[in-house]
Design a protein around this ligand. Sequence first.
Ligand code: URA
Length: 236
Amino acid sequence: MERLQKVIANSGYCSRRKAEELILQGSVSVNGQTVLELGTKVNGSDTIEINGQMLNTNNDKVYYLLNKPRGVISSVSDEKGRKTVVDLIETDKRIYPIGRLDYDTTGLIILTNDGELANKLMHPSNKIPKTYLAKLAGIIDKDAIEKLKKGVVVEGRKVKIVDFKVKKKDLQKEATYISITIIEGRNHIVKNLFKELGYLVDKLTRTNYDFLEIGNLGSGDYRELSIKEVKKLYSK
Ligand code: URA
């Protein structure tokens, strides 16, 4: 038996806090009865409905690591009909991405139907390092390098930069390739960080998500995570 809000969150429907709100506002029923108590316990055989829609509490968990191509949206569906990361994966499970990458950003993104892991990894207290390879318009100068060493403030908050490395300065194309590892969940954070330093990010790829590496996963390709990898993510 588990608490109702936990079961709802684990299904991936929403966060536990949102589930609590839904219960309190009378949107949730168990076996046809509206439930208003947050402490209510349910088991796998109970039918949970949210606003009349049956909740999928299917325990068949799947985990995919995708190398997202450019021009694909990091969500389950798109009102403009654009291709989403979910469209790229062949599965009959209702998966969704953990976090997001911009439409024009490429690289690693995890997709799953495991709401518990998704909520855990997306929680702001979770300090997962992510590495990006950015192509900057222009040649990075000493001043910007010093600022990166000291830490850069974006929208009033300092970005936690774990590491960075200038990979290449292409003087002919006037571009800098820089790899940067940060602990951050804010949207557009890498672009905004370099914008703060006076550089536009022309191309951005997420090459590492914690211990997971892009390796030879081609653009648009994906693989399943091993049980060991999933356990490791759970231990974060
Ligand atoms: N930072 C960005 O600016 N964009 C992303 O897609 C990810 C991190």
